[in-house]
Write a protein that binds this ligand. Structure first.
Ligand code: ADP
Ligand code: ZN
Ligand code: ZN
Length: 760
């Protein structure tokens, strides 16, 4: 069946929206231009629904699509279609009388589709909760409610013998209109209500949302801390009255960034506007939400991946209607519509979880900045270890650079030192020198935090006779040994197998583990320091939201203990009794194949170090390494994060890497290696051809990915770089159209990753 569509060359957002800020209303003769949820990079034209008033752009529309019916988003109207009118089909239904989004958010989403070269229909689908995508109403449906009528003379005598009726009437007078379900909940029944209705004392009404629970009255609890001079000047610089402005709140751990967010939020709430706070995947803990609820005495609406579809729908509505004054969420919350946007804040803006790694590969941080610009509101990016992109923008004067250089309150910055593992006796990855320090801190009644970014029991299982080691059958990676249940697991795909008792290569029984992960260390530390408890914090020990909260509660009882964990420990948690922090193996990050490897390593070390001495105790940080002369590690000891970052930024500039050039990856995957190689070559040739027509585009490839095989798929890449964003955009647009117009073998998948976070 032939489908009506129009392939738009160039960027359609420019065609439709740059000349008009507000939504366009159609005249009857026009064609509807619809974003349909499909992987096709096209907009589809439809005829209007017969006999119905024309809809508004930004609303949902049900349309026939092939043999199916789908719900798309009406983008706008066109006077003409490149398809003969006879072939166009009428739309089936308009679902909304008002747009889902503000004109500004709508524009921001069109921008994202353009910028990330992602199909517009799928961009909208990514931005909407599932139940809105599938047709749930924007607003909760109106409900029948019962309300008390103004009391007449003689009420007392009328109900003198009916105390239960009087009680219900008083209840309704007091609470306002209630639904039948709420009346039952309060302990009354329908018969009782009927008697009141018969007497003309109550009536049924159809109440729309405005009569539902009113929005909360926000009362801001007075802050218990007096902002210091740096906090005061940061707050003065974040002024929502001035409209759009992007600030980098660059504050060392414990410097009171959260306090700045809260006071900025208070100002915005007082102006009657909403605040959107984005936090990393791992930072959205119940404690964090409670901290905001208590301060602002209002419900804080959360939005994150662990919520049910229904909960997400409610959060979306609460944000959109303006009912929720504060919304806190992870990456996808950046798409929530806000009736009254006042400020967007991104905490830990350097965190990798803000970049989506599939589908619409957007950066929530970059989208937030664009959105804030369109909404004309301030955006604040906060971090103790700003991403090189943001730091560079701040240094170049594109962002306001707000610094908090001192720890707030009594805590002072910890002392950092290196331990050279090459010249020390080492037992299970713990050097003699570190062992002495651990003893000392525990004896003083303090807590010790040991960081190792390697979960599982051991990273390698090997044969001591022939040297065989266990690799995943689907990936170019070693299988990790896990202790409970005993198994071999691949951390890059779902593969799991039993631990063999004999070497599959030479049948020797001399097989053993090499290296140590958190589980092996936990066993060792437990023996070593018993009865001091050892708390292991990694993805395996904290499955489920509650598990993590329970662990942190136990730790915060403050008894001397050893905390052992991965990346999860590095993120924003407050452990006031930790006085010693040790990075057990800094070398894991030292030789990463990725261009961001060093950036991530220093961020992790600084973040982990920030967990030491957070309260009024002096902290100490040690870093174990076999490369004690490594300049990068040494500069971390003598210099600030910013100084280290600046020298790494110089290297990036010399090697033409982001943020000094824009980097885009064309990723190609195939379950059949040959098909993948051939397709990657074709793509390169296409790109090479297009490169002749566009200046300042650098092409590298086709290359095998650093992990060439993952989950059974062979992976290839094309790197596309340019110092000019407009040129890169034009180039990518042409490339995508050409590749999409050609044939893609059935086993091959390709995707474009604009501003790729890593090359892995
Ligand atoms: P960050 O978010 O930068 O890591 P927080 O905002 O969590 O830091 O602050 C760290 C600690 O310092 C908190 O216990 C906070 O209450 C306290 N604090 C923040 N600002 C001040 C201040 N001006 N005076 C005293 N204590 C402060
Ligand atoms: Zn062997
Ligand atoms: Zn695998």
């Amino acid at each position: 069946m032939l489908l009506a569509f129009q392939l738009l060359s160039g960027s359609f957002s420019n065609h439709l929206f740059t000349d008009t800020q507000r939504f366009v209303i159609a005249s009857s003769s026009q064609f509807l231009r619809v974003a349909v949820p499909t992987p096709l990079r096209r907009v589809f034209d439809y005829l209007p629904v017969v006999g119905v008033d024309a809809p508004v752009a930004g609303t949902r529309i049900r349309v026939p699509f092939g043999r199916r019916q789908v719900i798309g988003i009406l983008l706008g109207f066109a006077e003409s279609s490149s398809w003969p009118e006879k072939q166009l089909k009428p739309a089936l239904e308009y679902l909304d009388s008002e747009p889902l989004f503000s004109a500004e958010l709508f524009q921001a989403l069109l921008w994202a589709s353009d910028y990330y070269q992602h199909p517009v229909g799928d961009t909208f689908a990514t931005a909407l909760p599932k139940l809105i995508r599938t047709g749930s109403p924007i607003e909760p449906p109106a409900k029948i409610r019962y309300r008390a009528l103004p009391p007449e003379q003689g009420l007392a005598s009328q109900l003198a013998r009916a105390p239960r009726q009087l009680e219900l009437l008083e209840n309704l007078t007091h609470s306002g209109p209630l639904t039948m379900a709420e009346i039952r909940e309060a302990g009354f029944d329908r018969a009782l209500l009927k008697q009141l209705e018969d007497k003309g004392l109550t009536e049924a009404i159809l109440a729309d949302r405005s009569e539902e629970k009113p929005g909360p009255d926000v009362t801001v609890a007075a802050s218990s801390v007096r902002p210091n001079a740096e906090q005061i000047s940061a707050l003065a610089a974040i002024t929502h009255e001035l409209g759009f402005q992007c600030s980098l709140l660059d504050g060392v751990t414990g410097s009171g960034k959260t306090e700045v967010y809260m006071q900025a939020i208070a100002k915005v709430l007082e102006a009657g506007k909403q605040c959107l706070l984005l936090v990393p995947e791992i930072g959205l803990t119940p404690q964090n939400l409670r901290r905001f609820e208590q301060r602002f005495n209002c419900p804080v609406v959360a939005m994150h991946s662990a919520m049910t579809d229904r909960e997400r729908l409610l959060a979306w509505r609460a944000a959109r209607s303006g009912w929720a004054p504060i919304v806190i969420g992870t990456r996808s919350a950046v798409f929530l519509p806000l009736a009254n946007p006042g400020i967007i804040i991104i905490d830990e803006e350097h965190d990798a979880s803000f970049k989506q790694q599939e589908g619409l590969r957007y950066s929530a941080r970059d989208f937030a900045v664009k959105r804030a610009q369109l909404e004309n509101i301030p955006v604040v990016l906060g971090s103790a270890t700003p991403s090189f992109e943001s730091l560079n923008n701040a240094l170049a004067g594109k962002f306001q650079h707000l610094k908090l250089s001192q720890r707030a309150g009594p805590a002072s910055a910890p002392k950092i030192s290196l331990i050279d593992m090459a010249s020390e006796p080492v037992k299970e990855g713990i050097s003699e020198a570190l062992s002495v320090k651990i003893d000392k801190h525990l004896q003083q009644g303090n807590q010790v935090l040991l960081f190792i970014n390697r979960r599982g029991y051991a990273p390698v299982l090997q044969c001591n006779s022939c040297g065989w080691h266990c690799e995943c059958r689907h990936c170019n990676a070693s299988m990790t040994v896990h202790a409970s249940p005993p198994s071999l697991r691949c951390h890059h795909c779902e593969a799991r197998t039993n631990i063999p008792s004999h070497c599959p290569n030479c049948q020797s029984d001399k097989i053993s583990t090499m290296g140590a992960g958190t589980q092996k260390l936990e066993q060792f530390l437990d023996k070593q320091y018993r009865p001091v408890p050892v708390f292991r914090i990694d993805r395996d020990s904290t499955r489920g939201r509650e598990a993590f909260a329970q662990l942190t509660d136990k730790i915060n009882q403050g008894e001397p203990s050893v905390l052992l964990g991965t990346q999860m420990l590095a993120k924003g948690h407050h452990f006031p009794n930790v006085t010693l922090v040790a990075i057990l193996d800094a070398d894991i990050g030292l030789f990463s194949p990725d261009f961001r490897g060093q950036e991530q390593m220093i961020q992790t070390i600084v973040q982990v170090a920030g967990r030491a001495g957070r309260a009024n105790k002096m902290g100490e940080v040690v870093i174990q390494t076999r490369y004690a002369k490594h300049p990068g590690l040494n500069s971390l000891i003598t210099q600030s994060y910013e100084q280290c970052a600046k020298s790494l930024l110089q290297e990036r500039q010399l090697s033409h890497m982001p943020p000094f050039t824009h980097l885009c990856l064309l990723r190609i995957e195939s379950s059949v290696a040959q098909q993948g190689v051939r397709f990657a070559r074709q793509c390169f040739e296409t790109a090479f051809h297009l490169q002749q027509q566009e200046q300042q585009i650098e092409l590298i490839g086709p290359l095998p990915a650093p992990m060439e095989r993952k989950a059974g798929r062979f992976r290839f890449q094309l790197h596309i770089k340019s110092a000019s964003r407009p040129r890169l955009q034009r180039f990518l647009q042409a490339l995508v159209v050409t590749i999409e117009g050609g044939r893609t073998p059935s086993q091959v998948r390709w995707s474009l990753d604009v501003d790729a976070q890593d090359l892995l």
